[in-house]
Design a binder for this molecule. Structure first.
Ligand SMILES: Cc1cc2nc3c(=O)[nH]c(=O)nc-3n(C[C@H](O)[C@H](O)[C@H](O)COP(=O)(O)OP(=O)(O)OC[C@H]3O[C@@H](n4cnc5c(N)ncnc54)[C@H](O)[C@@H]3O)c2cc1C
Length: 433
């Protein structure tokens, strides 16, 4: 067993959250061991539709990754939502939040982040090392033991241990951190296509078929990702002809691109079990970021953004306290509170909708009003892109406005959208609001 020098921070997992945290910690002067079990810098996460909401854009800009994404052909994205009441879009860039997020394939994004972290002075990158054991000193994590096919066993010691090792976090398990798991009622299938431009120069189209869901995302290099998430009850029927079902579903969607004219350039990828996972974001001596802290329903496309943002919150909360265990633990409490304040409400609503139930009364109210009124649309899209929390999305003002819009709409003879036609095309049944 080889012992490496002691680091200020040990980060386990060099994907989005881990690389972002490593670069930000090192920029604050910390020494960082960044440990990744994959052996190649070019490895990437395949089960992802890599649409990053605009709430993460400030973090991407701060990291210097936004410019690299643009240089690599990443697409500036704007969320569009279809429900049975019509499209929810914004005619102009929002004034009070970032104007766009990014769509960029993970095969480009992940290596880009690894290079960024590896080239930041202060980061020692241990690629191809898998963390197997945790060593405690006076009850606090003090070191990890790693195994590597090419470099044997190492012990890596540090003052703060960061779990950035994804939804099945081995570090959390080794540290005895409890996992709250709630079941997910949908499965997902998606694939990458060429020659599949989206209508109206859209970059992100999502269709809430209530409870089915579909999405299409324009990506770098002329690739479009298209996929669907459906209740488990439909899995057996879908499994018989996955591709055919995807094609036929897209045939029914309003303003959707036709998969029949497109060239599929990836396998059709599936994720059949996607439980929602929540863990406390910190304990004395240890912090969790990204999916290790919260792996939420992919339907909402929040995980990449939350990975960058939670890395940023951690570094901002604790960087000045590294080296002093007591101060560090107080700072970790601050990080945990911030994580909780920013994401608990989102997590609650996402986990509830992941039951694959139909829209509830509040959702029907908010989505129908958003299809008919600019204020309600901006409010819903600010929430959907995770720029505002549920408390603001469902503020008394927003609720009253939505009620007023729906009442007024009920009295108008001509709807803003040809909702009836869209519902017929999509083949969905829905209640009136
Ligand atoms: C089907 C699907 C679609 C999705 N689509 C979107 C989307 O459109 N937009 C979006 O924002 N999010 C999406 N997500 C979520 C997104 O993929 C994740 O939230 C994001 O990858 C989390 O990043 P992370 O850095 O926390 O963890 P991960 O990307 O999971 O990385 C964890 C890293 O830790 C490493 N590791 C694990 N164990 C060890 C160990 N013992 N030792 C060393 N290294 C280890 C792994 O090799 C990996 O590199 C989707 C998820 C799924 C399943």
């Amino acid at each position: 067993v080889t012992e490496t020098p002691r680091f200020d921070v040990i980060i386990v997992g060099a994907s989005l959250a881990g690389c972002a945290a490593a670069a930000l910690f090192a920029k604050r002067g910390a020494t960082v061991a960044l440990i990744e079990r994959e052996a190649k810098v070019t490895s990437f996460k395949k089960l992802c539709t890599h649409s990053i909401h605009s709430s993460a854009t400030p973090a991407l800009e701060r990291l210097g990754i936004a410019a690299l994404i643009e240089a690599a052909g990443g697409v500036r994205n704007r969320l569009e939502i279809w429900t049975r009441w019509g499209w929810i879009r914004e005619p102009a860039a929002p004034a009070d939040r970032p104007d766009h997020g990014y769509n960029i394939r993970r095969e480009k994004l992940d290596p880009m982040l690894r290079e960024l972290a590896a080239n930041t002075p202060g980061v020692e990158f241990l690629l191809g090392h898998s963390v197997q054991e945790l060593l405690l000193k006076e009850g606090r994590p003090a070191a990890v033991k790693t195994e590597s096919a090419h470099a044997g066993r190492h012990t890596v010691a540090g003052g703060l241990l960061v779990a950035a090792d994804g939804r099945n976090s081995r570090v959390a398990q080794l540290a005895g951190i409890k996992t709250k798991t709630t079941p997910h009622g949908r499965f997902a299938y998606f694939a990458h296509y060429r020659d599949l431009p989206l209508a109206n120069d859209s970059t992100v189209q999502t269709w809430f078929l209530d409870p089915d869901w579909a999405g299409a995302f324009a990506n770098d290099d002329g690739i479009t990702v298209a996929g669907a998430m459906l209740p488990h009850a439909k899995l057996d029927a879908w499994k018989d002809d996955i591709e055919g079902n995807l094609v036929r579903l897209f045939d029914t969607l309003p303003q959707a691109p036709s998969l029949r004219n497109a060239r599929r350039v990836s396998p059709v990828m599936g994720a059949l079990e996607l439980p929602n996972i929540v863990r406390p974001a910190a304990r004395p001596g240890i912090a969790l970021i990204g999916d290790a802290a919260l792996a939420a329903d992919p339907l909402w496309g929040v995980g990449c953004g939350f990975a960058f943002q939670s890395a940023e919150w951690l570094v901002d909360s604790v960087a000045d306290a590294l080296g002093d265990p007591r101060a560090l633990d107080r700072a970790l409490v601050r990080y945990r509170r911030r994580h909780s304040k920013m994401l608990d409400g989102h997590e609650f609503l996402m986990a509830d909708y992941a039951r694959a139930r139909p829209f509830n009364t509040i959702e029907r109210l908010m989505y129908s009003a958003a299809a008919r009124d600019a204020f309600c649309a901006a409010n819903l899209l600010a929430f959907g892109t995770r720029n505002i929390r549920p408390s603001r999305f469902l503020s008394p003002r927003a609720l009253l406005r939505s009620i007023a819009v729906d009442l007024a709409h009920g009295l108008r003879s001509t709807p803003d959208h040809d909702v009836g036609a869209a519902r017929k095309v999509a083949g969905v049944q829905g209640d009136r609001i």
